[in-house]
Design a protein around this ligand. Structure first.
Ligand SMILES: Cc1ncc(COP(=O)(O)O)c(C=O)c1O
Length: 383
């Protein structure tokens, strides 16, 4: 049975005041997540340092993330950010041999390019897969870049600039044919669609909790395939990455046998409370239903944009986009600010305004956005 999406809107108070189309940047706050923050404050006020509870919360986030990704809890590191997870992986890779190539794409979020370029002094050869003239990146461009020298293909799932989804199964097949590892930066996808790391055959997946996972900033995750965990020794480490955290051993580095070896220091305790509540909410709604809903909302939004003669730059086929519709403007920052004056919350990147949908949006939100855009087309339309 389909979830009652309309009833769920009441759980997000901001929706009574704003047309909230900003989940690709930061989600709307759910009552449950606010209550989780409050519970942390109560603990601090009345219990003090509730370490047993805090460790339980951290482990709960690990287990819920594993459920979300169809992985096992031992394959999940709870990190402070995507960047922290990527740095831990990069620190464990050896770029000294002939297999030193890192293939990334022109669709990457900066951190998944900068961190690989930061490995150049260690021998990494970073190659960018370019866009085609239509603005998207076809599989043949990856085929030209991935070869027997490729150590890792590190790619985004959905592009934060234009909402286009890469052909992940196709890219994974190419990487496998050449013995390369695959890392998916799924931050712009996770929670907005269903992700199965096993059926996608990924080695690594990184994301965070502040967008479609309904949580907060300062907490993320890293999935590492079980069969490769123990072959990787991160030099980015810390006491929470040790096999026995309580041992307090200062004579050696003894990494955990699980993906916890990619963690570092004290967990982001308050963020664990919020992330746990967000993940529970999202899993109760269900990612397959959310994916269908987001496809319907984005499809409708794109149809309506074509009707007002202001087409988006996001792919039209459902399977080729995430939950963001990117609309070109000659002044995207100005347009986003004007929309905000009308209580329509969007974001902007490059020359595009981004309208990011989630299950708590509805077709009325699409119509509010379109009505405002129609009025602003004269001043802010495409170049
Ligand atoms: C695709 C993608 N990757 C990574 C990030 C940021 O990651 P971090 O958690 O390191 O700030 C973002 C943030 O917007 C993103 O959209």
């Amino acid at each position: 049975m389909e979830p009652n999406f309309q009833a769920l809107r009441k759980e997000f108070p901001v929706l009574a005041r704003k047309t909230y189309l900003n989940s690709g940047s930061y989600c709307a706050l759910a009552n449950d997540v606010k209550a989780a923050f409050d519970a942390y404050m109560e603990d601090r006020l009345l219990v003090g340092a509730n370490w047993d509870m805090w460790i339980t919360k951290n482990e709960s986030v690990r287990a819920l993330t594993a459920t979300l990704l169809h992985a096992s809890p031992d394959e999940i590191a709870v990190t402070a950010s995507v960047s922290a997870g990527l740095n831990a992986i990069a620190s464990a890779l050896d770029f000294k041999g002939t297999r030193n190539k890192v293939v990334i794409s022109d669709f990457e979020f900066p951190t998944n390019a900068q961190i690989w370029h930061a490995q150049e002094p260690r021998g990494a050869h970073v190659v960018h897969v370019p866009r085609a003239p239509d603005g998207y990146i076809p599989l043949e461009n990856f085929a030209k870049a991935i070869d027997d020298k490729t150590l890792i293909v590190a790619i985004t799932h959905v592009c934060f600039r234009n909402g286009a989804k890469l052909d992940i199964p196709g890219i994974v097949r190419l990487a496998r044919a050449h013995g390369a590892l695959v890392l998916l930066d799924c931050y712009q996808a996770v929670g907005s669609l269903d992700i199965d790391v096993k059926s996608l055959d990924l080695d690594f997946a990184a994301g965070g909790m502040l967008k479609y996972l309904l949580g907060t900033a300062g907490i993320g995750f890293l999935y590492v395939r079980d069969s490769i965990i123990r072959s990787l020794l991160p030099t980015n480490s810390g006491w929470f990455a040790q096999a026995n955290i309580g041992a307090m051993d200062i004579t050696a580095n003894r990494p955990a046998p699980s993906a916890r070896r990619f963690e570092a220091g004290t967990p982001p305790v308050v963020n664990c409370y919020a992330a746990e509540a967000g993940l529970k909410f999202l899993l109760a709604v269900g990612t397959p239903a959310i994916e269908k809903r987001n496809q319907a909302l984005t499809r409708r939004c794109m149809e309506r944009l074509r009707e007002i003669d202001w087409p988006s730059v996001t792919p039209e086929q459902d399977e080729r986009r995430g939950a963001t519709v990117a609309v070109p403007s000659r002044n995207s920052g100005g347009l986003s600010a004007e929309l905000m004056k009308q209580d329509i919350v969007t974001s902007h990147r490059d020359d595009n305004v981004r309208a990011s949908f989630h299950f708590y949006n509805d077709m009325d939100d699409v119509e509010s956005f379109i009505a405002a855009m129609q009025k602003l087309r004269g001043s802010f339309g495409p170049r």
